[in-house]
Write a protein that binds this ligand. Structure first.
Ligand code: GDP
Length: 378
């Protein structure tokens, strides 16, 4: 079996363009570190001091290797205290949402990583609507952000919005199951979904190709919008374009996870030891783990956050404002004996102005209230 190249531990080269640095890192086969030290290349330096935060959701039937993959990706065991349920307990269990947060630091770059897990998902006898607690959770985070944004302390908002959801698909089926379609359709307008074929070592390469093709067809057929990798700039060099093409062609990524380091051809690698050989997690001939890790951590983390903010959150905000406006129209109709014409939908600029004025008004009211209380106390 192929073995990996010797680990390299290059430092960030400040004279190279961010893209070139990201490109170089893509070529690194580095087993010693996770790779988010390249995050400063994806965003402005000012954020480096503050640190980065990223919220990743993992979903899929239990036993598909979610916790093992998270461990392999971030080299951190977030599931030390996990209690595995018996079959009996699982029958009565409802879908839970669990959050694990860990601060990791690499070459002076801090990352506050939050993993949102969904134990119990897909485990019941009847799985209809089992994604409801998950959609509710994602909405609650948007709602909290929306409230904080309109509050007084807007500069220090804690961003708990889910930036990406790794959705694990079983390698044992013949494509998507109804629960997979249901989950992805319920969440695709709210979160960046990255579908994964779990436990890829259970399939031979031809089977993986076939399953990938099938899943791609079904994603299309059911109108599911999974996360789309951004288009590569036309002035990028050929090497980068090639890597970008390969990344896109590999989706849905077929991944393997392992919590153990084994010896293969004299080198210590993260892998799974079978009586017939070793499956290496970070060997690109064995699975797409490295592609997923590079995409998630080294090259597209910032884009995932941007899409969350500019597309998914904006959709949520627009819906909220629309609901609020129509409620206001309804209320004023009820209060006024004279029929009121429906309000024209404000354009973006007007809407922004209205919101700013509303916020100003609310802040002034709050200040007045505070002053009143202070005067009462004296
Ligand atoms: P979770 O319930 O989805 O979090 O699954 P776990 O990570 O706890 O994994 C369940 C079982 O599958 C464990 O025995 C793991 O060792 C095993 N496992 C995890 N990842 C893989 C993989 O990629 N391939 C294979 N064959 N087994 C795996």
């Amino acid at each position: 079996m192929d073995s990996l190249a010797a680990p390299q531990d290059r430092l960030v080269e400040p004279l190279l363009s961010p893209r070139t640095q990201a490109q170089r890192r893509l070529k690194d086969v580095d087993k010693q570190y996770v790779g988010f030290a390249t995050l400063p290349n994806q965003v402005h330096r000012k954020s480096v001091k503050k640190g980065f935060d990223f919220t990743l959701m993992v979903a899929g039937e239990s036993g598909l290797g979610k916790s093992t993959l998270v461990h392999s990706l971030f080299l951190t065991d977030l599931y030390k205290e996990r209690k595995l349920l018996s079959a009996e307990e699982r029958i009565s269990q409802t879908v839970e949402i669990l959050k694990h947060t860990v601060d990791i630091e690499e070459k002076g770059v801090k990352l506050k990583l939050t993993i949102v897990d969904t134990p119990g998902f897909g485990d019941a006898v009847n799985n209809s609507e089992c994604w409801k607690p998950v959609t509710d959770y994602v909405d609650q985070q948007f709602e909290q952000y929306f409230r904080d944004e309109s509050g007084l302390n807007r500069k220090n908002i804690q961003d708990n919005r889910v930036h990406c959801c790794l959705y694990f698909i079983s390698p044992f089926g013949h494509g998507l199951r109804p629960v997979d379609v249901g989950f992805m359709k319920a969440l695709h307008e709210k979160v960046n979904i990255v579908p994964l074929i779990a436990k890829a070592d259970c399939l031979v390469p031809a089977e993986i190709r076939k399953l990938k093709e099938r899943i791609r067809e079904e994603i299309d057929k059911f109108g599911i919008h999974v996360y789309q990798f951004p288009e590569c700039d036309s002035d990028e060099d050929e090497d980068f374009k090639q890597q970008d093409r390969e990344l896109k062609e590999s989706a849905p990524f077929a991944v393997i996870g392992s919590n153990t380091v084994v010896e293969a051809k004299g080198q210590r690698v993260r892998g799974r030891l079978y009586p017939w050989g070793i499956v290496e997690v970070e060997n690109q001939a064995h699975c797409d783990f490295v592609k997923l890790r590079n995409m998630l951590i080294r090259t597209h983390m910032h884009d995932l956050k941007d899409v969350t903010c500019d597309v998914h959150y904006e959709n949520y905000r627009a819906q909220c404002i629309q609901q609020m406006t129509s409620k206001l129209t309804q209320d004023s109709r009820m209060e006024s004996p004279i029929p009121i014409l429906p309000l024209p939908t404000p354009d973006a600029e007007t809407e922004k102005l209205i919101r700013m004025k509303d916020e100003e008004l609310r802040r002034m009211q709050e200040m007045l209230q505070k002053m009143k209380l202070q005067m009462q106390d004296q």
